[in-house]
Design a protein around this ligand. Structure first.
Ligand code: NAD
Length: 303
């Protein structure tokens, strides 16, 4: 009752949930090791972008923590497309590798679509390959992109009925916005996607029961956009310099949004860690499929 009067959101702790997912992944890896199978994840980064380098390093480190073998490739910024495609083909053929991740964005002289589609769909752990993206769209089994999957698991963790909820997704990228919409549609949500050309965006967001913000503009959504009691999932990772210090902020004004939402994810410590946990899970799931094994029980019905 009091919660209706003074709304202070419960924080959905991405770090804690990611730890739980990683424990389950680790358990699945142990089960596979009894059959002498070690899942392998290859990460490829092109160039020296500081943020991308940190992401890729963290992915490799997290893989090792759960017993996944990590193969890391750091390629020069000026690598020719052909050489990158050749490396991917080698990894496609390498039986020790179950997942191949190419860190995006790639330099402009490289055709990202071509590179993504050159990854064997059975080793695609991002779900960006055209076959897996299409499977999600038509509701067939396939790999689900890590960030939207992380968001869904966070929603599941709070045990709310998603059926019929109005979810407004801000952003329509192939990496987050579009697959997120498909995934929530599968959960029987009513979906609205808004983007840079949308008119009356505030009015639309204000009607949302669930807001997924994936824009890449710091503090884009403020509390006046949010219906009381809505759930806010903040995908944005924006680097700001505040008082001379580097700070990560999301797309949602966290401090004021937590006063009107019922649940909210923080940045950092929200969607980011869940994305990595889901990458590890996808790697193990691809490994299991490639070895014609059943899905490990520890990875069924997560949350
Ligand atoms: P993107 O640049 O590809 O897409 C941004 C989307 O926002 C576009 O579809 C665009 O239409 C929309 N947009 C831009 N300006 C807008 C405006 N004024 N009003 C409404 N919509 C607008 O970005 P992305 O790859 O989808 O990533 C979005 C954010 O999420 C970034 O901050 C990125 O760093 C972050 N991200 C986080 C994770 C994670 O693990 N937490 C993973 C992927 C991306």
């Amino acid at each position: 009752m009091l919660k209706n009067l003074i709304m202070t959101a419960e924080i959905i702790d991405g770090k804690f949930l990611a730890h739980k997912v990683k424990e389950k992944v680790s358990k699945a890896v142990s089960t596979l090791s009894k059959e002498n199978i070690v899942p392998g994840l290859a990460t490829i980064i092109v160039g020296t972008d500081a943020a991308s380098s940190i992401y890729v390093k963290n992915k490799g480190k997290s893989a090792n923590e759960v017993g996944i073998k990590s193969f890391q490739y750091a390629l020069p910024e000026d690598i020719v497309e052909e050489d990158l495609l050749e490396l991917i083909e080698k990894l496609n053929q390498n039986n020790d590798v179950d997942g191949i991740l190419v860190q995006l964005p790639l330099p402009k002289h490289i055709n990202s679509d071509l590179v993504i589609d050159s990854i064997d769909p059975s080793k695609d752990v991002d779900g960006f390959n055209i076959l897996n993206a299409g499977s999600l769209f038509i509701g067939r089994d396939g790999v689900i992109p890590c960030t939207p999957l992380g968001c869904l698991l966070m929603l599941r963790s709070i045990n709310i009925d998603l059926k019929g909820k109005h979810a407004v997704i801000i952003g329509r990228s192939n990496i987050v916005g579009k697959p997120m919409a498909q995934l929530l549609l599968r959960e029987d949500c009513t979906i609205t996607t808004v983007h840079s050309k949308t008119k009356n965006i505030v009015k639309i967001v204000k009607d949302a029961d669930i807001i997924i913000a994936a824009v890449g503009i710091p503090n884009f959504v403020n509390s006046s956009w949010i219906k009381k009691g809505a759930i806010a999932i903040d995908v944005g990772i924006n680097r700001l310099k505040i008082d001379g210090k580097n700070k990560l902020v999301g797309d949602i004004k966290f401090e004021e949004a937590k006063e009107v939402t019922s649940y909210i994810t923080p940045v950092p410590g929200g969607v980011g860690p869940m994305t990595i946990a889901c990458l590890l899970m996808n790697t193990v799931l691809q490994c299991v499929k490639r070895n014609n094994m059943d899905q490990p029980s520890s990875l069924r019905n997560l949350f």
